[in-house]
Design a protein around this ligand. Structure first.
Ligand code: TRP
Ligand code: ZN
Length: 863
């Protein structure tokens, strides 16, 4: 391996910045090729030392203190810094730089997308715009003046509140923006270009009038309606549930097509991946509407959890992200259905975070070192971070949790805070020492809790024994027991839900019920109260009873998942020929009995565990065997007459009309889509004909796409339906992304994707495209990705190598598809290892190198 691995940044090395920048005025002379940026900083010295500013890829035009150009010896420029020696106590620093937006393919800093200028500064993009102490604990008041060509940039947007604007000369104009709230540089944003605008307004609980505007591509304004509605509901919800009011007179959103992530919470000017803004009946699925609602909320909620209170350093990233994910999950639960939301959140957690936590990239929710900040934006920081907040709330109860949040907002408003700061508020309001709980933040790996339930039928006395074990990881070779809040009950014996806190390695609960012969049904980790692997001693019969009778919908669903997972293991590895009839009947009965009142829940009951989840159940994992097992299970389901009756019955009726994106209608469509998906696994002429009819007649994208997926499952991405679909939607990029996704899932092998890779619509510069084709192939089509002949790996290796030169953040993310390599059967394992080895010997970006070297590192190596 190459040895120039960068020196990691360490939490223990934190030191405050020795200067304060009270305010800054920035003047941008906007141009696609060369944008000139002049900043004037009001600086005060706080401590001894040089003033070190970050800056990458900049051309320094001039530098002056209090109006006097600095002599050459007064400062030093290196590849990534500008150091000013011997500064006065208090001074005005003026720096003029140039940068090249059109050449910026990394999509960090100032770049061009769709013929417009936009910025992405989190985590360290601001240093690509100008020299600045680019760290979240340096907060400053920004005043910005944008100047540019009127026809190229009719709209000139930045953070905060608009001020003066007008013409400079016949061809050029300017606009000034003032953000009254001091902020770190990562929240800076500007957008310039021509847009269509969808406008609305909101009046806050304190009576503040807010102008809301969503800026989109020409002709797309109507498709921003749902995002706008989501925004207004988010604003209201944060007032009602957290007492948080918006704090500016304007709130702008800009949608861009080329974006590395989902969206960004820049103060007063959120920038969104257009996939999470634009939606209508004909082009968006219910999942798209749901994602828009939750991401709009997430970014809006950051205004308090992230912006008003920000992070001291990037190690504290979960302070804003875990908390804000928790808040957006709660919002979605209130907007839609709580139990269904919880199940979906857990599916995502298990697929992404458990996989990460069980592999070589495992890291703490608050790591204590990192090599590349972009690679900190993980499922562990976001999703597990949210679970930790949820557990805290479970431990303290609703009222104490709310009091702690209030204190946090009051005490740390305007500050750059730490996890310790956050927890100090909850200790204070609860009077409890939360040090032990905070161990969750430092220890990676998913705990396993084993449950043994004994019962004496003569006396009615029962005992539930819990033991926890925590995996050793490279970062934590000696893990300790964690405090695990387990909600439990005896749903049939009238024992109401309680929280049991498992603190040490082992503990138990005793109970007494009226003796009636058999041990009562035990329901534990209800609502998934802790993010753990749970192993109970339930019999199959007890699990079937949980599916039928548990009063906790999460555990009803989860009991069925456990049963299905066992069937899949038996089919994949133990030579079973077909799934057990009793389980299919239970599944069918449970879905049938909830179909009318809660179709969204019924749809989840019909879901089969995802391939990535199955990877972790038994190792070494054989992707081809698992894919075959899933197929056998799904065909087994639809081959049962009762299930076929149910599925065809659901599809007899037409889809609900007129279309609304409401949770109620989405639930009905989700159940119909689950039925359509089962038809994809049925090998009959009747199902073939039915799918074709449904595909042709579908009036909404949810069902159209469900049909395409089912057709793809049967015939692969060369089926005629794929070209029909492309022809119908070729002018809608977001729909074409879905087309690539379904092709990527459907391909029996990488060779079936040749025509898609060579397709004129495929390009490496658009992250959505790359994720749709390569990301989905590598993360969801596990059989083809891990194919014996190495063709799946070759496809991804080629894309990674090319992409890493232009967009390292997205390339690095794609490499995480190999994070499971140690869990694979020998052939795939050795091929994946060889590939990672090859990558490590090639010329990689810092981001990609970080992933590759951690993926390859030995468990016992202290990296
Ligand atoms: N803070 C963003 C969020 O809401 C994440 C994000 C957007 C991001 N763009 C980014 C993180 C670019 C790193 C780099 O979660
Ligand atoms: Zn976020």
């Amino acid at each position: 391996m190459r040895t120039d691995t960068p020196v990691p940044v360490k939490l223990s090395a934190y030191a405050p910045y020795p200067f304060e920048i009270e305010s800054v005025t920035m003047r941008f002379d906007l141009d696609f090729d060369t944008t000139c940026v002049e900043s004037t900083l009001k600086v005060k010295r706080l401590d001894i030392g040089d003033m070190v500013l970050d800056g990458v890829g900049l051309v320094l035009r001039s530098i002056a203190i209090d109006g006097h150009a600095l002599s050459e010896g007064a400062y030093t420029v290196s590849e990534e810094t500008l150091t000013i020696h011997d500064t006065p106590e208090q001074f005005e620093l003026t720096i003029v730089v140039e940068n090249q937006p059109r050449k910026n393919s990394a999509l960090s800093g100032l770049y061009v997308s769709g013929g417009r200028l936009c910025t992405q500064c989190e985590a360290d993009g601001f240093r690509r715009i100008t020299y600045w102490p680019d760290r979240p604990d340096v907060m400053s008041r920004f005043e910005v003046r944008l100047e540019g060509d009127k026809s190229a940039f009719p709209f000139l947007l930045a953070n905060g509140t608009p001020g003066n604007f007008g013409d400079i000369d016949a061809g050029r104009h300017f606009a000034e923006w003032d953000d009254p709230h001091p902020k770190p540089s990562y929240l800076f944003a500007l957008c310039a270009g021509n847009y269509d605008v969808y406008r609305d307004q909101f009046t806050t609980m304190g009576g503040r009038h807010v102008d809301l505007a969503i800026h989109v591509d020409k002709g797309d304004a109507d498709r921003a309606a749902y995002a706008m509605d989501s925004l207004k509901r988010s604003m209201k919800w944060d007032e009602d549930c957290f007492g948080r009011e918006y704090d500016l007179g304007v709130f702008n959103i800009v949608a861009v097509r080329d974006f590395n992530f989902g969206a960004m919470e820049n103060k007063g000017l959120n920038v969104f991946n257009s996939a999470y803004v634009l939606a209508d009946e004909a082009s968006a699925t219910d999942m798209d509407f749901e994602a828009i609602e939750s991401i709009v909320a997430h970014e809006y909620f950051h205004n308090w959890t992230g912006n008003r209170i920000t992070c001291r350093d990037w190690f504290q990233l979960c302070l804003k992200e875990g908390l804000t994910v928790f808040r957006d999950q709660e919002f979605s639960a209130d907007m839609r259905a709580r139990a269904v939301q919880r199940i979906k959140d857990v599916i995502r957690l298990r697929a992404r975070q458990f996989a990460e936590d069980g592999g070589p990239l495992a890291h703490a929710v608050r790591p204590d070192q990192y090599a590349s900040v972009d690679n900190l934006y993980t499922a562990t920081v976001y999703e597990k971070g949210a679970e930790l907040i949820r557990m805290l709330k479970t431990l303290l109860g609703e009222d104490v949790f709310a009091a702690g949040m209030d204190l946090y907002f009051e005490r740390f408003d305007g500050h750059a805070a730490t996890i310790e700061d956050f927890y100090s508020c909850f200790s204070e309001v609860s009077g409890r020492d939360l040090t032990h709980f905070m161990a969750w933040y430092g220890q990676p790996g998913t705990p396993t809790v084993k449950v043994t339930h004994s019962f004496d039928p003569a006396t009615g006395k029962g005992k539930v024994d819990f033991t926890q074990s925590n995996p050793t990881t490279r970062v934590q070779p000696a893990p300790k027991p964690l405090p695990i809040p387990l909600k439990w009950s005896l749903p049939e014996a009238g024992k109401a839900e309680e929280v049991f806190l498992l603190e040490g390695e082992a503990d138990s609960i005793s109970y007494t019920v009226n003796p009636n012969g058999t041990r009562p049904l035990l329901s534990v980790n209800r609502g998934f109260s802790a993010p753990i692997h749970l192993e109970t001693d339930h019999s199959d019969e007890e699990r079937l009873n949980l599916v039928r009778k548990d009063t906790d919908p999460f555990n009803r669903w989860d009991a069925l998942q456990t049963l299905l997972q066992r069937e899949l293991m038996a089919l994949a590895y133990d030579g079973a020929a077909a799934p057990k009839a009793s389980i299919i009947s239970a599944m069918c009965a449970a879905a049938r009995s909830t179909a009318q009142d809660d179709p969204a829940f019924a749809a989840l009951l019909l879901g089969v565990p995802s391939p990535i989840e199955l990877f972790q159940v038994r190792t070494p994992a054989d992707p081809a065997a698992l894919a075959k097992a899933r197929k056998a299970l799904r065909s087994g389901l639809i081959a049962r007459p009762e299930m076929a009756d149910f599925a065809y019955g659901l599809l007899e009726a037409p889809a609900p009309t007129p279309f609304t994106p409401s949770a109620d209608q989405a639930g009905i469509r989700a159940l119909r889509s689950a039925a359509i998906s089962l038809l994809g696994a049925a090998n009959t002429n009747v199902s073939e004909k039915k799918l074709e009819d449904l595909f042709r007649g579908a009036t909404n994208m949810t069902e159209k796409l469900a049909c395409l997926r089912a057709i793809g499952e049967r015939h692969g991405p060369d089926a005629a339906a794929f070209s029909t679909f492309h022809t119908a939607y070729q002018d809608q990029p977001l729909v074409i992304d879905k087309w690539f996704q379904v092709a990527a899932i459907s391909a029996a092998s990488a060779s079936h994707l040749k025509s898609y890779l060579a397709h004129p619509d495929f390009n490496l510069t658009n992250p959505n495209r790359v994720r749709s084709l390569a990301g989905v192939f590598a993360m969801q089509n596990l059989a083809a990705f891990h194919a014996d002949d190495g063709s799946g790996y070759a496809l991804i290796e080629d894309i990674v190598s090319r992409l890493d030169r232009s967009n390292p953040a997205v390339a690095a993310r794609l490499i995480t598809a190999f994070e499971q390599w140690r869990s694979l059967e020998p052939l795939a394992r050795s091929q994946a290892e060889a590939l990672l080895q090859r990558l490590s010997e090639s010329d990689l970006s810092k981001n990609a190198r970080d992933i590759v070297s951690r993926a390859l590192a030995n468990n016992d190596e202290n990296a």
